[in-house]
Design a protein around this ligand. Structure first.
Ligand code: MG
Ligand code: ZN
Length: 229
């Protein structure tokens, strides 16, 4: 009974800080993405690819969550964009207060998009709202095509799934199509991308989705009506 109450309090406090983050970036027209995945699925590599592909179109900032190292943040920093590291000291997910403190450390400039890389863990990060517009789940084909069935809670909590490492398909028992079908069986509203961050295959569709989200958010800021062609 007590435990349930404590958990509820933690989530209420978290949601209140997340609401503050969301209100701020909504008013500034900044797109905020939250990347979640198991360890090793390729969040950082997708992040690097995304930064390289879009940094000429938009001003990007990154918040890197990591258990104990700054290795991923160093990889991102090599692309010449602002990145703030959060070491959770073993903590298995990011909470909104941590993200809020990290965002305060970013240079005082206008960003078009902020990307948060969560701690590699598919169990609890999706329980914690970080004030993002969209949660994106990165999944590697090497994890097995039954992954969505094993972690249904994570698949119902996100808006998009990026199936990574599709270049390895010929060498794996897992099938991209089965992974896609399993993900959609859990959450039929998912936007699904099939990519290889190694070969670059499929990344154009992902970039376009991010550009469209960013454009829709920026349009709201200037008060123009999005055109629904
Ligand atoms: Mg990483
Ligand atoms: Zn956790």
């Amino acid at each position: 009974m007590t435990q349930v109450k404590v958990m509820k309090d933690i989530l209420q406090t978290n949601n209140s800080v997340a609401g503050t983050i969301r209100t701020r970036y909504d008013s500034e027209g900044v797109l905020v993405l939250n990347f979640v995945s198991s360890p090793g699925a390729g969040k950082t590599t997708l992040l690097e690819r995304t930064v390289a592909g879009l940094k000429n179109d938009m001003k990007i900032g990154v918040v890197e969550g990591d258990l104990s190292t700054s290795l991923d943040a160093e990889r991102i920093a090599q692309h010449g964009i602002p990145v703030i590291q959060i070491n959770t000291d073993g903590g298995c997910h990011l909470e909104a207060w941590q993200v809020n403190s990290a965002l305060a450390e970013l240079p005082d400039e206008h960003f078009d998009m902020l990307i948060i890389e969560n701690v590699g863990n598919l169990v609890c990060p999706t329980n914690f709202d970080l004030g993002e517009d969209k949660k994106v789940l990165v999944m590697s084909l090497t994890e097995g095509d039954d992954k969505p069935l094993k972690y249904p809670g994570s698949f119902t909590a996100v808006e998009a799934v990026v199936i990574n490492k599709i270049d390895l398909a010929p060498y794996l028992p897992a099938k991209v199509e089965t992974m896609r079908e399993n993900a959609l069986s859990i959450n039929p509203h998912l936007k699904i991308f099939e990519v290889s961050c190694t070969s670059g295959e499929g990344l154009d569709a992902w970039f376009q989705w991010v550009r469209d989200l960013r454009a829709a958010k920026g349009t709201r800021l200037t008060g123009e009506q999005p055109t629904n062609a």
